[in-house]
Design a protein around this ligand. Structure first.
Ligand SMILES: NC(=O)N[C@@H](CC(=O)O)C(=O)O
Ligand SMILES: [Zn+2]
Ligand SMILES: [Zn+2]
Length: 415
């Protein structure tokens, strides 16, 4: 299949160009038009985004999301590749499930799936999963995300095994005993609302412990969805010491605070919780100074009925893989600049995962996105391809919408 996309601009260039893709790779720039011709309408072109952290809920929780809805939603958000989390039912802790997920996703024609596998059997935190076989089957990361790694010795062993396999371990860093029954950030707002709080110390204490294990072992660790100024400070210090640690932050922790919980709406209930403006500002600082390695949405869909329950009962998670780029571009485009923002959503997650840097040079895989940086559009969750048709940003006006996502030379999404 041959495709030519015309009238697109590479970041840093004002000249409209065209790109031709053939047999799944970039054939070249500004060639005579061939195959199906698509007008990019002056949009910005970039390598397709990479999502290092999403919950697609297959197998077993497909009332919340499934591979088809999740990967279609990802493509609509401009993503060409999604790393799916293994906290499904059953947990993705065996090679056959990894293979089945990849095969099934390959047949769908949306974003590519690169599954993460559990670090421990059943994500129960006691015995390591069969890490070597999981890697062989196609797992790209080990994590017990959705759970925390309470047993430090097991985490240490996991890091050491993963290092011998040249694989990254990522952690949901919260001390479970401090987090306890907290449903939102602990602070003046939780006290005013009379809701059980989850203190910033739960994250900082766990990050501090995990960084000591990294220092001890020299093994590579990725900290997921960092949410507090204090934990960020710890990562900054560890990086200054040269420790092999990376971290991600999520757009929801940059754009929302615990004040949102005054609505008592569980759409804002997420783990780790929405923090304070001081934390959000610190995280943005971390994006600007490079302490934060990459962005991740932690797309965590649940059913509408589940999220309509009261704050104490509803499950944790916000799902917005379709909005992440527009949200970041609208809110922080000027501060970050287009090239840094794109880096945080393409090359940066690739670096975290140990993948080659995505490029649009001839011969590279034809995974690309065209972004309309200017046209404003209202967020209407009813139009989401995700099964989670509700959003903290419903009704807001955003710009930077993807208009075309090409994955492996095929159109995975077109607005
Ligand atoms: N982030 C969340 O609030 N929820 C995630 C679990 C997780 O990422 O820890 C989920 O699986 O729903
Ligand atoms: Zn998590
Ligand atoms: Zn998660």
């Amino acid at each position: 299949m041959t495709l030519t996309i015309t009238n697109i601009k590479r970041p840093g260039s004002e000249a409209p160009e065209s790109v031709t893709v053939e047999n799944g790779v970039i054939k070249g720039w500004n060639l005579p038009h061939e195959g199906e011709v698509i007008d990019g309408q002056g949009g910005a072109v970039a390598p397709a985004l990479i999502e290092p952290h999403a919950h697609l809920r297959e197998p077993g929780q497909t009332q919340k999301e499934d591979l088809a809805s999740g990967l279609a939603a990802a493509a609509a958000g401009g993503y060409g590749t999604v790393v799916s989390m293994p906290n499904t039912s059953p947990v993705v802790d065996d090679p056959a499930t990894v293979r089945t997920l990849i095969e099934k996703a390959d047949g769908l024609g949306f974003a590519r799936l690169r599954p993460a596998a559990a670090l421990t059997r059943g994500q129960e935190g006691e015995h390591l999963a069969e890490l070597a076989y999981l890697k062989e089957a196609g797992a790209v990361m080990f994590t017990d995300d959705g759970r925390t790694n309470e047993d430090a010795r097991v985490l240490r062993l996991g890091l050491e095994y993963a290092r011998s396999l040249d694989m990254v371990v990522s952690v949901h860093a919260e001390d479970a005993s401090l987090r306890a029954g907290g449903v939102m950030n602990e602070g003046p707002v939780s006290e005013a609302l009379g809701l059980p709080g989850n203190p910033a110390a739960a994250e900082a204490a766990r990050v501090a412990r995990d960084l000591e294990i990294v220092a001890q072992t020299g093994a590579r660790l990725h900290v997921q969805h960092l949410s507090t100024a204090r934990a960020l400070e710890l990562v900054r210090g560890a990086k200054a010491r040269g420790l092999p640690v990376t971290c991600e932050v999520c757009p929801h922790h940059l754009t929302l605070t615990d004040e949102a919980l005054r609505s008592f709406d569980a759409v804002y209930k997420v783990a780790p919780p929405l923090r304070t403006q001081v934390d959000a500002d610190a995280l943005l600082g971390g994006l600007l100074d490079g302490t934060v390695d990459c962005l991740a949405t932690d797309h965590a869909p649940h059913t509408g009925a589940e999220k309509e329950r009261d704050l104490l009962e509803a499950p944790f998670g916000i799902a917005y893989i379709e909005l992440a780029f527009p949200l970041m571009w609208t809110r922080f485009g000027e501060r970050l600049g287009l090239e840094r923002l794109l880096d945080l959503m393409t090359a940066a997650p690739a670096r975290v995962l140990g993948w080659p840097a995505p490029t649009l040079e001839p011969g590279a895989p034809a995974d690309l996105v065209v972004l309309d940086l200017d046209t404003e559009r209202e967020v209407d969750p009813r139009t989401f391809l995700s099964k989670a048709k509700f959003s903290p940003w419903a009704g807001e006006t955003l710009r930077g919408w993807p208009t075309l996502t090409v994955v492996g030379g095929r159109i995975a999404f077109r607005r």
